[in-house]
Design a protein around this ligand. Sequence first.
Ligand code: DAK
Length: 255
Amino acid sequence: MNNLLISNRELITTITINRPKQLNALNISTIKELGKAFNNLQNDKNTRVIVLTGAGEKSFVAGADIKEFSNYDNKQGTDLSRSGHLNLFNLIEDFPKPVIAAINGYALGGGLELALSAHIRVASKNSKLGLPEVSLGVIPGYGGTQRLTNLVGKGRAMEYILTAKMIGVEDAKHSGLINEYCELEDLLPTCENIARKIIKNSPRAISKAIKCINASLKNESGFETEIEEFGKCFQTDDFVEGTTAFLEKRKPKYN
Ligand code: DAK
């Protein structure tokens, strides 16, 4: 992987997008590498939570790589948007293990779209978020119009996208765009803290919960998905362990 750093500790895998000179702008090869990295982690026994961040102290991801898409035509734009949706952004959104975006600075355009695909977003105080695509004559092309609207509601999504403005962490927290913010040096520890809380719980139940929550945002019956996934929980070892541990007055051990 040329553009990513990947490390693992205590069941948490951290993926760092490593193009700090370009403020970690997402070029096609980084998008491909991210897709590959996530696919590899799907069945990795040492990974229960993924933290996604950017290298350096200035930027998470400052957008899709403008140098790359500046001369695209209609077909290239459509094809790349579709393959990006399928091979990375939807993959992260539907990933069966929780993905936490550790936003360490600029999260703009495709960078914010990447963070929007994650399940939880934590930002450092220096972060600036936004979807500035219309200032460049395009619109968000990796799910931003849909995921931002789902997260902050239509009114704010309209405001953020049409003004192309940069959003500070207080506004972002207030609107629900991020879950929380902290000092830059506390960013990874804060994400790891959230990850540790998640890791205490049943990984199979967590995968099912992600699927059901996401079903509410798709053209599927979320209630029906919940009923089916709820039923399936009863066949899992995690359910046996969770209920047995409760009855035996001990902490459950999931793996
Ligand atoms: N792409 C390419 N290079 C970038 C970049 C980007 N998005 N953002 C920054 N860089 C590069 C700069 O060009 C500069 O490189 P050198 O000139 O040193 O070679 C280096 O990173 C440092 O940037 P600055 O010198 O500009 O740093 P400053 O601190 O002065 O400014 C900034 C930081 C974040 C305010 C500024 O860099 C900036 O405005 N960056 C662009 C932000 C932006 O507009 N991002 C793009 C949003 S549009 C698509 C799907 C989706 C999309 C596109 C296509 N398809 C499916 C085809 C999404 C589009 C977007 O993301």
